[in-house]
Design a protein around this ligand. Structure first.
Ligand SMILES: NC(=O)c1ccc[n+]([C@@H]2O[C@H](COP(=O)([O-])OP(=O)(O)OC[C@H]3O[C@@H](n4cnc5c(N)ncnc54)[C@H](OP(=O)(O)O)[C@@H]3O)[C@@H](O)[C@H]2O)c1
Length: 394
């Protein structure tokens, strides 16, 4: 039963609250309080490891429950007990809390395939899911959609491009859409040649020109694998064939997406790059509200420019095409797991920038795809792929 449909959501879980999305979600909720007749109540906060930033969040607004999957400072975490917040350790507690805390909305800001179980648990419990964790849709979109259908819960995109598409579609009949265009900033290496990318450093790759994000998505933005994941995410969310979704490089990141209709109209979504805007839109489930943002100043911007993707230098979209051509299979889990492992290898200095493409392509080529039938199958595919990719570079 979906309780959030007719009322403003009040009891919210922020999964991955210490991350870029999670902390911005808390900031949006804090700014919204004076304006809201029914203020937000973050009842569950979760993190992967980092206890110190989580304890800071607990002091600001204590939730009913707080879970860390694998704490980096268990003593500090346990010492914080006793102020009314239940402090728990381990992934199962995160899943149990989602099921039992009588939540109206879960915002999943976990990074990577680690967020998948929580997305499924949310939808199975009939709770609306504000989804930043695109990996859930990439690895198991068909399973998520089937859980949502069965329980009546909604999947609300948080990713800026997908939030933009949703707003451009609004009440239009999806059958009248001709094409969706997702924009990409092009990342820190836009305009470079393949040769120039051979020796780029982690620090250079983390310097995203327009967005401030966690390390995995920042590296994915530099390789353009983030855009490949987003095209798959769009296919899962909006149900267009792969040929109906295009990517355009737009370095200023002002136009987030364009929806072209069969009658010749194209509707675009514009705004300064600021993740608080799509987060706010997801938290309010489509209702327009007030909040802090940097006003759009097109005169100051002067020019908005657009260019095609350089597939020779950045072959991520071409490598991922096989996943788009075989929707509803284990290939999405392979793409994501191989990329996560390759990025981890790059961040630790064991993998070169261009090797990320080679590792992901090889993992996809060596996999015999199966139709998606269960969560266990996705988790096993993820595990096998990581093991294989690690054996290639370690
Ligand atoms: N950042 C953006 O602007 C942006 C934009 C669009 C979409 N997204 C998507 O949003 C997701 C999060 O990105 P991000 O940039 O916010 O990442 P991030 O800054 O690295 O934060 C990741 C969060 O996930 C937590 N975490 C890791 N493993 C976990 C687990 N097993 N269970 C619970 N929490 C876990 C981390 O905890 P610790 O702090 O303890 O490590 C941290 O709170 C990704 O899927 C990304 O693609 C992000």
């Amino acid at each position: 039963m979906n309780r959030a449909r007719n009322a403003a959501p009040r009891r919210i879980a922020i999964l991955g609250s210490t991350g870029s999305i999670g902390s911005q979600a808390l900031a949006v909720m804090a700014e919204a309080q004076p304006e809201m007749t029914e203020p937000w109540h973050p009842v569950l906060l979760t993190a992967g490891k980092r206890v110190a930033p989580l304890l800071k969040q607990l002091q600001q607004q204590p939730p009913e429950c707080c879970v860390v999957i694998d704490p980096d400072d268990i003593a500090a975490f346990e010492a914080a007990a006793g102020d009314g917040t239940r402090l728990l350790v381990g992934e199962q507690h995160q899943l149990d809390a989602i099921a039992h805390l009588d939540l109206d909305l879960v915002l999943n800001g976990i990074t990577g395939a680690a967020g998948l179980r929580a997305s499924i648990a949310t939808l199975e419990a009939g709770i609306d899911l504000a989804l930043a964790n695109k990996e859930s849709l990439v690895t198991a979109g068909a399973l998520l959609r089937s859980c949502a259908r069965a329980s009546g819960a909604r999947i609300i995109p948080v990713d800026s491009e997908h939030s933009a598409v949703m707003q451009c579609i609004a009440d239009s009949d999806p059958a009248t859409i001709q094409r969706i265009i997702l924009t990409a900033s092009g990342g820190p290496f836009r305009g470079k040649t393949r040769d120039q990318l051979r020796d780029v450093t982690v620090e250079q790759a983390l310097q995203h020109p327009t967005w401030k994000m966690g390390p995995r998505i920042s590296i994915d933005s530099a390789t353009l694998f983030n855009k490949a994941l987003e095209v798959i995410e769009a296919q899962e969310l909006f149900g267009l064939p792969p040929a109906g979704i295009e990517v355009l490089v737009h370095p200023q990141s002002i136009v987030h997406a364009i929806v072209e209709y069969q009658d010749g109209s194209s509707i675009a979504h514009l705004g300064e790059p600021d993740m608080r805007v799509p987060i706010r839109h997801a938290l309010h489930q489509g209702t327009r509200t007030v909040g802090q943002f940097q006003p759009l100043d097109l005169v100051h911007r002067g020019q908005l420019t657009f260019e095609s993707v350089d597939h020779t230098t950045f072959p991520a979209l071409q490598i991922a095409q096989v996943v788009l051509d075989h929707p509803g299979t284990t290939l999405g889990a392979v793409l994501n797991a191989a990329d996560e492992e390759a990025v981890a290898g790059f961040l630790s200095g064991s993998v070169g920038f261009l090797q990320i493409y080679q590792l992901v392509e090889k993992a996809l080529q060596q996999h015999s795809p199966e139709d998606l039938v269960s969560l266990e199958q996705v988790i096993e595919t993820d595990r096998e792929t990581r093991e294989r990719v690690r054996s290639w570079y370690l």
